[in-house]
Design a binder for this molecule. Structure first.
Ligand code: NDP
Length: 313
C-alpha cells in the first residue's frame, strides 16, 4: 500500500491483504479440525528448480504461510540444469507420498523443461495449482476440481463487493492458461456475460468500457486508463509490473498493476490496489486448495470457509 501516490481514490479500495488474512485464518481453523477430528495434517510440497530470485521469494512465502496455517511444508530444490527426468521422478515420488496432499511446481521452469509434460505428471488430486488438463477440463465442464489460486482470488475479491455477479458484463484482459482463461470460466460459472480480450483485440478501450466487472491480466504496466472504465465498475488488477521510479531516487523501482490506479480509482466503484490486492489472495487460495485436496484424498467433506468482509477490512 505504500507504493501509490497521494491522490485520494473515489472508488472503494478492496483490501486484498486483509481479506486474504481472514481467509488464511479460517483455513487455519479448518486445518486444526482436520488434525483433531480426523488425524489428518494437510501437507504441501513445493518444487523450485533453479535460482530465480523472485521465485525464491514466492516459495519462501508459501512455505511460511503453510506452516503458519498448521500444515506441513516440504521444500524441494533442484538445480536449474537438472535433467527433466529428475523433476519427473521427484513428482512421481510425491504423487505416492501420503503426507504430501498438494504438489506445486514453481513457474517459470528452465527452458529445457517441457512445462506441459511436468503439469501432466502431477496427480490431478494433488494439483493444487489447478493446471493439470484434468482440472482444466473439470473447470470448463463445471465439475468439482482444483481451481488455480489467482483466478479464484479474483472472484472472491469481486464477490466481496457484489456477492451475486449474475448478469454482469465481465471483461477479462488476457487469455493465459494461468489467469485469463480460468478466470473467464469462473465468471461464466457466476453467470456473468464474459468477453476475453487479448493483444489482437480491436478497440480495447471500447471493449473495456462495457465492463461492469473488469479483470486486467495483461502484464502491461498501467494499460487501463481512467477514461476506459465504466463509472462504478469493479476493477480487479492482476498485473504485477516492476517499473523504474526515478522520483524516488536514482535506480529506484516500484510495483504497478495493469491499471492506472490514480485515474481509474476516480471512476470505478471498487478497485484492487497493487500491491495488496490480488497478490495476497493467490497464496491464501493455494492454502485453501491444499485443504480441499487433503479432504478429498481422505474422503472428508470439504466445507468452504466463509470470509466475512466486515471483519476483514
Ligand atoms: P501472460 O504474458 O501469459 O499473458 C498476458 C495476456 O495478456 C496474453 O493473453 C496477451 O495477449 C495479453 N496482452 C498482452 N498485452 C496486451 C495488450 N496490450 N492489450 C491486450 N491484451 C494484452 O501473463 P499472465 O497471465 O501470466 O500474467 C498477467 C499479469 O498478471 C502479469 O503482470 C503477471 O505478473 C501477473 N500475475 C499476477 C499474479 C498474482 O498473484 N497477482 C499471478 C499470476 C500473474 P496474447 O495472448 O494475444 O499474447
Amino acid at each position: 500500500m505504500t507504493e501509490r501516490s497521494e491522490i485520494e481514490p473515489v472508488a472503494r479500495v478492496i483490501n486484498g491483504k486483509a481479506i486474504a488474512a481472514r481467509l488464511t485464518g479460517e483455513i487455519g481453523k479448518a486445518v486444526a479440525t482436520l488434525r483433531s477430528v480426523h488425524g489428518v495434517q494437510p501437507g504441501l510440497a513445493v518444487i523450485l528448480m533453479g535460482d530465480d530470485p523472485a521465485s525464491q521469494v514466492y516459495v519462501r512465502n508459501k512455505a511460511r504461510q503453510t506452516v503458519a496455517a498448521g500444515m506441513q511444508s516440504f521444500d524441494h530444490n533442484l538445480d536449474g540444469s537438472a535433467p527433466e527426468s529428475e523433476l519427473l521422478d521427484l513428482i512421481s515420488r510425491l504423487n505416492s507420498d501420503p503426507s504430501a496432499h498438494g504438489i506445486l511446481v514453481q513457474l517459470p521452469l528452465p527452458d529445457h523443461i517441457n512445462v506441459n509434460l511436468v503439469m501432466e505428471a502431477i496427480d490431478p488430486a494433488k494439483d493444487v495449482d489447478g493446471f493439470h488438463p484434468v482440472n482444466v477440463g473439470r473447470l470448463a465442464t463445471g465439475e468439482a476440481g482444483l481451481v488455480p489460486g489467482t483466478p479464484l482470488g479474483c472472484i472472491i475479491l469481486a464477490k466481496d463487493v457484489t456477492p451475486d455477479l449474475t448478469g454482469h458484463e465481465a471483461v477479462v484482459i488476457g487469455r493465459s492458461n494461468i489467469v485469463g482463461k480460468p478466470v473467464a470460466q469462473l465468471l461464466l460459472a457466476e453467470n456473468c456475460t464474459v468477453t476475453i480480450a487479448h493483444s489482437r483485440t480491436r478497440d480495447l478501450p471500447g471493449v473495456v468500457r462495457r465492463a461492469d466487472l473488469l479483470i486486467a491480466a495483461a502484464g502491461v504496466p498501467e494499460l487501463v486508463q481512467g477514461d476506459w472504465v465504466k463509472p462504478g465498475a469493479i476493477v480487479i488488477d492482476v498485473g504485477i509490473n516492476r517499473v523504474p521510479a526515478p522520483e524516488r531516487g536514482e535506480g529506484k523501482t516500484k510495483l504497478v498493476g495493469d491499471v492506472a490506479f490514480d485515474s481509474v480509482s476516480q471512476v470505478a466503484g471498487a478497485i484492487t490496489p497493487v500491491p495488496g490486492g490480488v497478490g495476497p489472495m493467490t497464496i491464501a487460495c493455494l492454502m485453501r486448495n491444499t485443504v480441499q485436496a487433503a479432504c478429498s484424498i481422505h474422503g472428508i467433506d470439504y466445507v468452504e470457509p466463509i470470509v466475512d468482509s466486515e471483519k476483514a477490512v
